[in-house]
Design a protein around this ligand. Structure first.
Ligand SMILES: NC(=O)c1ccc[n+]([C@@H]2O[C@H](COP(=O)([O-])OP(=O)(O)OC[C@H]3O[C@@H](n4cnc5c(N)ncnc54)[C@H](OP(=O)(O)O)[C@@H]3O)[C@@H](O)[C@H]2O)c1
Length: 291
């Protein structure tokens, strides 16, 4: 069996590629860069070059694959890009598509409109498909705060008191890899919402980091405008701000990221990773011991 992984150089795609390869599955790891394709080629992983913005480039990789893990960046063209991949999967008779979605209730915002285009195409495709839907991810939220935590012992955001069922990247990738190895009918047309074990506010998350790092970390809550201005000052490109950051904090503040499920435990057979466990395992990345 060969799985084509789109976005293979990205956060989810790279981890799913590694997990599939560890279990001996042949992976076609897709990137737009020939150099990165060569770097990724090792063992059962073959780097392949294609571009979701150039549907004609997809045929050559799709025809070598049996299954597809579909992930693309949070971008205004996410829908069009993923629909191109789904159409190519139909042409090439792909046995199963596992699409990365999300379980924060974005409910009609720009990002969700894009995801719904892709989901609608899957529903109408006649293909066997499943959704793997992470809550907002610890790596994105907490590794993104490294500088503030290391130098100011503070995290910044505009999440207010919203509760968040934040989930570890690895837990989501484990579920995606499991579904991609299973009989395609086993999880067909299911939306697997993967969350952490509990929903905490950002202030409570700072408390968990304080325990894990054995030093006080605080959370500074800001208005959305003040937070946006700070991010621009720190170099986040203005055109990325809404889809990459602000729409997520808005939903967290509104309590739309509070879902907690036992799906990870049901699929994988052990409890989901807590913030405290994740923070202990990633302590070195925060460089606190160097101070
Ligand atoms: N972060 C979270 O907390 C979270 C939670 C739930 C769901 N999600 C979902 O996760 C997805 C994003 O996943 P991610 O963070 O892993 O993505 P990512 O790291 O931002 O990007 C994945 C890769 O996509 C490739 N790419 C960019 N444009 C492309 C194109 N036109 N054609 C083909 N490939 C292209 C890039 O690889 P190359 O440059 O090598 O081509 C990039 O490394 C979104 O659907 C988002 O809604 C995120």
């Amino acid at each position: 069996m060969t799985v084509l992984v789109t976005g293979a150089t990205g956060m989810f795609g790279a981890r799913v590629t590694a997990l599939l390869a560890e279990s001996g599955v042949d992976v076609l790891a897709m990137t737009r860069s020939r150099e990165r394709a060569e770097e990724m080629t090792c063992g059962s992983v073959t780097g392949v070059v294609a571009d979701l913005d150039d549907p004609s480039s997809l045929s050559a990789v799709m025809e070598q694959a049996d299954r597809l893990f579909l992930v693309s960046p949070m971008h205004a063209e996410l829908g069009r890009r993923e629909v191109a991949a789904i159409e190519s999967a139909q042409v090439h008779g792909i046995d199963q598509v596992v699409k990365l979605y999300g379980s924060v209730r974005h409910e009609g915002d720009q990002l969700d409109v894009q995801h719904q285009l892709s989901i609608e195409a899957l529903r109408n495709s006649g293909l066997q498909w499943s959704l793997v839907s992470p809550q907002t991810v610890m790596e994105t939220n907490l590794l993104g705060q490294i500088e503030g935590i290391r130098y100011e012992r503070s995290m910044f955001g505009s999440a207010g008191d919203g509760r968040i069922g934040m989930v570890a990247l690895d837990d989501c990738a484990q579920v995606a890899a499991h579904v991609l190895r299973a009989d395609p009918s086993a999880w067909s047309e299911r939306n697997l919402e993967i969350t952490g074990p509990e929903a905490l506010t950002y202030t409570e998350i700072a408390g968990e980091l304080s325990k894990a790092f054995e030093c006080p970390i605080s959370y500074i809550d800001m208005s959305e405008d003040a937070f946006a201005a700070m991010l621009i000052e720190y170099g986040v490109p203005a055109e990325e701000l809404e889809l990459q950051v602000l729409c997520h904090f808005r939903q967290m503040r509104a309590g739309k990221a509070s879902l907690v499920t036992d799906t990870f435990e049901l699929v994988i057979g052990r409890p989901a990773t807590s913030i405290f466990e994740w923070a202990r395992a990633h302590r070195d990345a925060f460089g606190l011991s160097d101070d």
